[in-house]
Write a protein that binds this ligand. Structure first.
Ligand code: NDP
Length: 491
């Protein structure tokens, strides 16, 4: 292990957090987490298996039936506000941890962890207006009303691209609604979520309300998705894993929120502000090194402006600041791990087989400081058509596939011809066309004249194979509740 690491990185194995206590896994097994900038081991982490997950479920159940389940909305809200304040104080440390564990450029890492407190504050606030409704049914002998109740124990399975942010985006609405949770972070990036768990304890939130089980997807993740004591699974990750979780959750008919992949179109019409559209394409390719589910990764360009667009995009891409995550001006850091680099590289071969032109503007071979880590340069695939794998599959790296269209109908057809429907961006100065597009495009988020960026107070979630349910906004909290109808005799 690197002895020069900051003192907030533990030299001893990171524990599981179950029932308010730090503990090793029952088997004593651990795994290593790797720094993507250097390829070196950053820390060791306890590796949970089914018995640990079971202990976490029992603890979460006790907390649900005990103090958290009995807490009033105001008490829950105050506890969440205390947590928000602690996370605000820890934002810089969390940013540094994710810089090391995820390889996120420090500026982007800070932008991500500074948003934790506002996310929690939002749910601490909206939970106070969680209500049922009265219904004027046709039977005069009955008064009918609904109660919104929590589901119970929720399993939150989180990926590695925004570890602590996505954990908080799942945890905050679940707790606000009165549930207790078990978080399974990705084994690739486990460290910041441990700190989140410690902050929960510091906030005085009762033991067992938030439990953290580190471990692999097929072991700890699968055990959580299958456990009969878990009422809901909220998962963000790839569609293949989403399907496996869907199946594992089926036996006990769990509620599901699935935030899966995307191949979102950036539809650019000839009348648009081309510079703004180019900036969006560039940002979606480089931000978090392209490892963003909602990034627009299919450029669908109206033919008359395609050449100008690509010229401008190429110029920007050639100037991208690829560098080490700790450098303040780094725009693009490393890919999260070797597996992902190989996965992205495999698409270079696919492109070759499909007869697609691969354009690479940046040569990293002379950059000695980047040779140990998982760095790669941005890639443009030109001359593709929408039936090719490079246009249909999520690559999840700094890669854009470029397509062209001649008529509005063709542009819409290409944009919608995808198994995914997570997000879309449309650039046009024609207001009527923009409105037509918002109706015609099949995606959970449609952005007009800007990039697909989500905010805490508006719902986010995919159409088609991009998922089920919504995260963010009031809807995320409602998805963490169930509705009880009450029929009261007034005879
Ligand atoms: P996964 O979808 O496999 O991982 C996401 C989470 O699910 C992780 O916590 C993982 O644990 C867990 N998991 C894995 N297998 C299971 C299982 N059988 N049961 C329960 N939980 C499981 O992502 P990968 O890391 O394998 O990346 C593959 C692709 O997925 C990427 O290339 C990208 O296309 C897509 N992806 C999409 C994301 C998004 O934001 N929509 C985020 C990340 C990936 P562990 O990591 O410990 O195995």
């Amino acid at each position: 292990m690197d002895q020069t690491l900051p003192n907030f990185i533990r030299q001893t194995p990171y524990p599981l957090l179950i029932d308010g206590k730090e503990m090793p896994s029952e088997s004593g097994a651990t795994f290593a987490t790797i720094n993507p900038d250097t390829g070196e081991v950053l820390a060791q982490v306890a590796r949970a298996s089914a018995p640990d997950v079971d202990r976490a479920v029992q603890a979460a159940r006790r907390a649900f039936e005990g103090p958290w389940g009995k807490a009033t909305p105001r008490e829950r809200s105050k506890a969440l506000m205390r947590l928000a304040s602690i996370l605000n104080d820890k934002a810089e440390m969390l940013a540094q941890i994710e810089m090391l564990d995820v390889g996120k450029p420090i500026k982007q890492s800070r932008a991500s962890t500074i948003s934790l407190a506002p996310t929690i504050e939002y749910y601490a606030s909206v939970l106070l207006s969680l209500t049922g409704e009265t219904i004027n049914i046709s039977d005069p002998t009955l008064m009918d009303f609904t109660l919104r109740e929590p589901l119970g124990v929720c399993g939150l399975i989180v990926p590695w691209n925004y570890p602590v942010s996505l954990a908080v985006l799942k945890m905050a609405p679940a707790l606000a609604a009165g549930n207790t949770v078990i978080i399974k972070p990705s084994e690739v990036t486990p460290l910041s979520t441990t700190e989140l768990g410690l902050a929960v304890m510091e906030a005085g939130i009762p033991p067992g309300v938030v439990n953290i089980v580190h471990g692999t997807g097929p072991e700890a993740g699968e055990a959580l998705a299958r456990h009969p004591g878990v009422a809901k699974i909220s998962f963000t990750g790839g569609t293949v894993t989403g399907r496996a979780i869907f199946r594992a959750a089926a036996d006990s008919i769990k509620r599901l929120t699935l935030e899966l992949g995307g191949k979102s179109p950036l539809l650019v019409f000839a009348d648009s502000n081309i510079d703004a559209a180019v900036t969006t394409a560039y940002n979606d390719m480089t931000r978090n090194t392209g490892q963003v589910c909602a990034a627009c990764t299919r450029l669908v360009l109206e033919r008359p402006i395609a050449e100008e667009f690509l010229e401008k995009l190429s110029k920007k891409v050639a100037g991208v600041k690829i560098g080490r995550p700790q450098d303040n001006d780094t725009e693009m850091g490393p890919i999260v791990n070797k597996t992902q680099v190989e996965r992205i590289h495999s698409y270079l071969k696919v492109a070759q087989e499909e007869g697609v032109q691969t354009v690479r503007h940046v040569d990293l071979s002379g950059r000695a400081e980047l040779q140990r880590g998982f760095y790669m340069d941005p890639v443009l695939f030109l001359g593709a058509n929408n039936s090719m794998r490079v246009a249909r599959e999520e690559i999840f790296g700094p890669v854009q596939t470029v397509l062209t269209f001649d008529t509005e109908e063709e542009g819409v057809r290409i944009a919608n011809d995808s198994p995914y429907g997570l997000a879309a961006s449309i650039f046009t100065r024609d207001a009527a066309r923009a409105m037509r597009m918002t109706r015609l495009i099949q995606a959970g988020t449609v952005c007009i004249n800007h990039g697909a960026k989500a905010s805490v107070d508006a719902p986010f979630g995919g159409y088609k194979e991009s998922g089920i349910g919504k995260e963010r906004g009031m809807l995320a909290m409602l998805d963490d509740t169930q509705v009880k109808n009450v029929r009261y005799s007034i005879q």
